[in-house]
Ligand binder design. Structure first.
Ligand code: GRF
Length: 193
């Protein structure tokens, strides 16, 4: 992983598909003095992502890549990232799977946040599955992205307790609060800060 030296912050791109609450949270974090990252670019596969409003609000460059022609789009995206000297990619609710080749180009520099205590509940609909299996706890994980879905090395996790009357919506809300605490902490840990 690149070093965060002096006052030169790590050029970071955040990839989103939806609401972008994690993006907003990372932007707030990036503005803090102690933060090693600067968010230079927002990527979305969906022009309707609500999170894109934060690009305008905080004057951050944004780009849409549909990933319909995956190899073609990834090639264009890689050029955009290299041109801007992006050195860290934070996936934040990004609903596309990146190819092995793409990941190889940013080895050890792509992070993801996942709403479960990995390695449990990889993939989608985590909270529904957690409830169905009558788990006592769930949570969220920040991990490195590897070619195998939600399987890269774990950086940090946060846990919540499942309550009797819980629904997947209620769990999602409580997990999201923890996600917002976790992502900045995991980034600090990554840079030994
Ligand atoms: C989060 O729960 C994240 O863990 C999952 O998708 C959700 C995105 O939320 N991968 P937001 O777009 O950051 O609000």
């Amino acid at each position: 992983m690149a070093e965060s030296t002096g006052n030169k912050k790590i050029k970071t791109a955040v990839f989103i598909s939806g609401t972008g609450s994690n993006l907003n949270n990372l932007i707030q974090f990036s503005k803090k003095k102690k933060s090693p990252i600067f968010i230079n670019l927002i990527i979305s596969n969906n022009p309707k992502s609500k999170g894109l409003k934060f690009a305008k609000k905080f004057n951050i460059e944004k780009k849409i890549f549909y990933f319909k022609r995956k190899t073609f789009d990834e090639k264009k995206l890689l050029k955009v990232l290299k041109d801007r000297k992006i050195n860290l990619i934070c996936l934040a609710g990004f609903m596309r799977i990146l190819s092995k080749n793409f990941i190889k180009n940013f080895k050890g520099k792509i992070l993801n946040i996942h709403p479960s205590l990995l390695p449990k509940y990889k993939g989608l609909n985590t909270h529904k599955r957690v409830l169905k299996n009558k788990e006592k706890y769930t949570g969220c994980t920040v991990h490195f992205v590897s070619p195998k879905l939600d399987s890269g090395k774990i950086i940090m996790q946060r846990k919540i307790k499942i309550k009797n009357q819980d629904t997947s919506e209620k769990i999602a809300k409580r997990v999201l609060i923890q996600e917002h605490k976790l992502y900045p902490k995991a980034i600090l840990k990554l840079f030994n800060l």
